[in-house]
Structure formats: structure tokens, C-alpha cells
Ligand binder design. Structure first.
Ligand SMILES: Nc1ncnc2c1ncn2[C@@H]1O[C@H](COP(=O)(O)OP(=O)(O)OP(=O)(O)O)[C@@H](O)[C@H]1O
Ligand SMILES: [Mg+2]
Length: 251
């Protein structure tokens, strides 16, 4: 066992003198592969969407003819779902946005929450806002950030189901690329997340929902990273979950 282990090691050339250079090259190759992967999935998503347009047209004709309405209805519903999936894939592999502008995070949170307020009150979910950040300005892409916020709120709503509390909190923390970090907490009183799921949450296509795409968190993480930030989760079974987005704050 240990022999084969050391054999494996020695089969790899080790050059300590140029280790830093190799690391850099490895990283560049990895980035290149990732960029290619993005391109491939974007093209793939495009092709899927193009195919869907044709299929959709035929299904519409079938529906009009009134032939097997039920079957056509099922196909139509599935098409809408796949269409949504392809759209999310495109967003996931889209290159970084270059249209950056100062964004007021409190304003954007209010806007995002307003869109989901109706859904929350219908499910008897109490929304609490606790905006503590002194300055809420972030340099970024407003629509991408809104998408990330809505993904996290929706996950919270879906986790709670009905009767519970959703708290959105902000605070400024020292440190980070811009000097300060703006932290946004999305806390729910849902069932929490098991340890084995916790490690897979941000993987694209990981979902425990029947109609989920499993892309919501992958996209949210990508958005946070595009804004020099990150996303973390704290969860305990039976006690709910908190997702925390950290973003580089503008001075
Ligand atoms: N607040 C939460 N509480 C409990 N589990 C969560 C929470 N947020 C995410 N999860 C778990 O993480 C999984 C992945 O979430 P993600 O948002 O990426 O995809 P999804 O919600 O399943 O699908 P989609 O966002 O495309 O509708 C979910 O299926 C769920 O199991
Ligand atoms: Mg989701």
C-alpha cells in the first residue's frame, strides 16, 4: 500500500526550484480550462434554447389542433422548465459583466424583497429587516446582485414552507479588498441542512427539490466572487440556516 503510494509520488517530477512557476502555470491552465468550460456550456445552452423554439412551435400547433391536450400540456410545462434551465446555464457561464456602477445594497434588498413579499405573506412568513451597515455602497452589477439576493430569499422561503421567519441583516466589517466588507445575512427558520448536503450545496445542479435546477446557489456564489466577495452558510438541523454574502464595500 505504502509502496504504491510512494511510487505514485516519485513518478511525478518534482522541481523545487521552479515550484512557484509551475504553480502559476497550473493555475493558468486551470483558468483556461474553466474559461473553455464556460464557453462550452454557453454554446450548449444556446443550442438547447434554439432547439426548444422549434419544438415549442410544434407543440403550440398540436395544442391548437386539440389533439391530446393533456399530453401537449405536459410537454409544454416541461419545455418551460428546460427553457428556464438553459437560461440559468447561460447566466452561469456568462463572462464577467463590465458595466459596474455604485449600488446601494439596502435599496436593492428592499427592491428584491418587495418582489417576494406577496409570496411570503401568503405563506405566513414574517419578514424582518435589520440593516446595520453604515455605508451600503458596493461597486457592482445591480441585476446580478439582485438575482443572487432573490435566489437566497427564495431558498429561505422554500425551506420554511409556511409559518416562519426570514431575517435580512447587513453589517460592515473591517478588512477586505476595498478596506471594508459589507456582509448580508439571509437567515431562515427552516429545517436546516444536513452535513452531507452542506458540502454539496454550491455544486451546479445539486438540488433536493423536485422542480429545482440546483443552479441558484452556484449562480449566487459566482455573483459574489465577481464582486470580490464570497458566500458562506451556517446551518444546524432543526434550527434553520443562514447564508452570508460578503462583498467589497465602496469607501
Ligand atoms: N435556506 C435553505 N435551507 C435549507 N436547504 C437549502 C437552503 N438553501 C438551499 N438549500 C439546499 O440546497 C439545494 C441547492 O439550492 P439551489 O438554490 O442551488 O437550487 P434549488 O433551490 O434546489 O433549485 P433552484 O434554485 O434552481 O430553484 C436545495 O435544493 C436545498 O436542498
Ligand atoms: Mg434555489
Amino acid at each position: 500500500m505504502s509502496a504504491s503510494h510512494s511510487e505514485k509520488k516519485s513518478s511525478r517530477p518534482v522541481e523545487p526550484a521552479s515550484a512557484a512557476g509551475n504553480d502559476l502555470q497550473d493555475n493558468l491552465r486551470r483558468l483556461d480550462r474553466l474559461a473553455n468550460l464556460g464557453l462550452v456550456s454557453a454554446s450548449l445552452a444556446h443550442e438547447i434554447k434554439n432547439g426548444l423554439v422549434a419544438i415549442k412551435t410544434y407543440v403550440e400547433i398540436l395544442l391548437e389542433k386539440g389533439e391530446d391536450r393533456e399530453m401537449a400540456g405536459v410537454v409544454r410545462r416541461e419545455l418551460v422548465r428546460i427553457d428556464g434551465l438553459a437560461t440559468q446555464m447561460l447566466r452561469l457561464s456568462a463572462p464577467k459583466s463590465k458595466a459596474l456602477a455604485p449600488v446601494s445594497i439596502h435599496h436593492l434588498l428592499d427592491l428584491s424583497l418587495r418582489l417576494l413579499e406577496h409570496q411570503m405573506s401568503g405563506r405566513m412568513i414574517v419578514l424582518k429587516r435589520d440593516y446595520r451597515a453604515g455605508s451600503d455602497l458596493v461597486r457592482g452589477d445591480e441585476s446580478q446582485l439582485q438575482q443572487a439576493f432573490m435566489n437566497l430569499v427564495l431558498n429561505g422561503v422554500e425551506a420554511i414552507g409556511s409559518n416562519g421567519e426570514l431575517t435580512v441583516r447587513t453589517e460592515t466589517a473591517p478588512g477586505g479588498p476595498g478596506g471594508n466588507t459589507l456582509k448580508i445575512y439571509f437567515q431562515d427558520t427552516g429545517p436546516g441542512i444536513s452535513p452531507e448536503h452542506l458540502s454539496r450545496l454550491f455544486e451546479p445542479f445539486f438540488t433536493t427539490k423536485q422542480n429545482g435546477t440546483g443552479l441558484g446557489l452556484a449562480i449566487s456564489r459566482r455573483v459574489a466572487e465577481d464582486h470580490l466577495g464570497n458566500i458562506e452558510v451556517v446551518s444546524e438541523l432543526g434550527r434553520g440556516s443562514t447564508f452570508i454574502i460578503s462583498l467589497a464595500a465602496e469607501r
